[in-house]
Design a protein around this ligand. Sequence first.
Ligand SMILES: Nc1ncnc2c1ncn2[C@@H]1O[C@H](COP(=O)(O)OP(=O)(O)OP(=O)(O)O)[C@@H](O)[C@H]1O
Ligand SMILES: CC(C)(CO)[C@@H](O)C(=O)NCCC(=O)O
Length: 323
Amino acid sequence: MIAPAHIGPSATPPASHVIDFSYEEWARLAQSTPLPLTQSDIRRLSALGDPIDLDQADAIYRPLSALLQMYTAEVGALHRKTSHFLGLREERTPFVIGIAGSVAVGKSTTARLLRELLRRWPATPRVELVTTDGFLYPNAVLEERGLMERKGFPESYNRQALVDFLKAVKAGRSAVRAPVYDHIIYDIVPGASIEVNRPDILIIEGLNVLQPAKTDGSGRDLQAVSDFFDVSIYVDAEATHIEQWYIERLFKLREVAFNQPESYFQQFATMSEEELRERGEYIWRTINLPNLLENIAPTRSRAHIVLRKGANHLIENVIIRKL
Ligand SMILES: Nc1ncnc2c1ncn2[C@@H]1O[C@H](COP(=O)(O)OP(=O)(O)OP(=O)(O)O)[C@@H](O)[C@H]1O
Ligand SMILES: CC(C)(CO)[C@@H](O)C(=O)NCCC(=O)O
């Protein structure tokens, strides 16, 4: 049971359907949140290899994991009551958290951190994580369709397969499989899949997860991926910061390429720093930024929770939409 904090945003805000917490206001909630990070948690989180600031993990992500726990528990209770009312004897299905945001804004890092923090709660030891990158069409298909310069845009994903995957998870099926994408080979890994086995929580992370429903080429309705979410998070930042993070990641991926001949980034191995930076800026300007502006940022207002990052990935605001 979490004690009420009696602390919210300082000034009395005008009535609004969203509440905007500054870093300090949100971090104060940690005082009334159980499960502070222990040394062994810190070791486990550091072992993920993500360059996350652990004070921030404790201050920001611990209260966030507490809030997500409350949602999970309440949705579970609602499920039990409605099943009883409807005369069904169904066990509850996984609670699904969607995480959206630009390429390189830090969705995967946020998702891995939340997975670790949510696993520490007694009611949700089993948390699984899937990225929608696995539902991109393989490069061969993208090439055939002239979509190699549109990777990450809505049309580059097999959205029906993603919807079918979530339907199966939400139906309570076990051994539901998702394909796997590898950033290093820059393609779908042939024959690889990950299995989702009725976890307590499924986190699904991707650029496109808050896009509205639409019709496919033949006019058939394609359900929105977010129809299967219990709660959604949008990771937000200024495009100029994200561009910087994108380029820094490109440099890291090139480092890896030096030891891995199969890496897509081998083609950048002989470039000077200046050339690589220019190449990164070009890809950002022609693919990832237009995708952010046209397809991703317009979905921000659909999220229940917005994490707003400043420079250096520090979260400056947590914006909560009232349920
Ligand atoms: N909290 C953080 N502190 C420091 N660096 C971070 C943080 N979060 C992410 N990064 C760095 O920013 C870059 C992008 O992060 P990440 O790969 O998680 O983004 P993403 O949104 O999942 O990207 P994509 O959609 O392309 O997979 C990486 O180099 C990562 O190491
Ligand atoms: C795989 C995605 C779409 C999302 O993770 C992205 O990292 C990507 O590869 N975008 C295409 C343009 C680029 O190479 O950055």
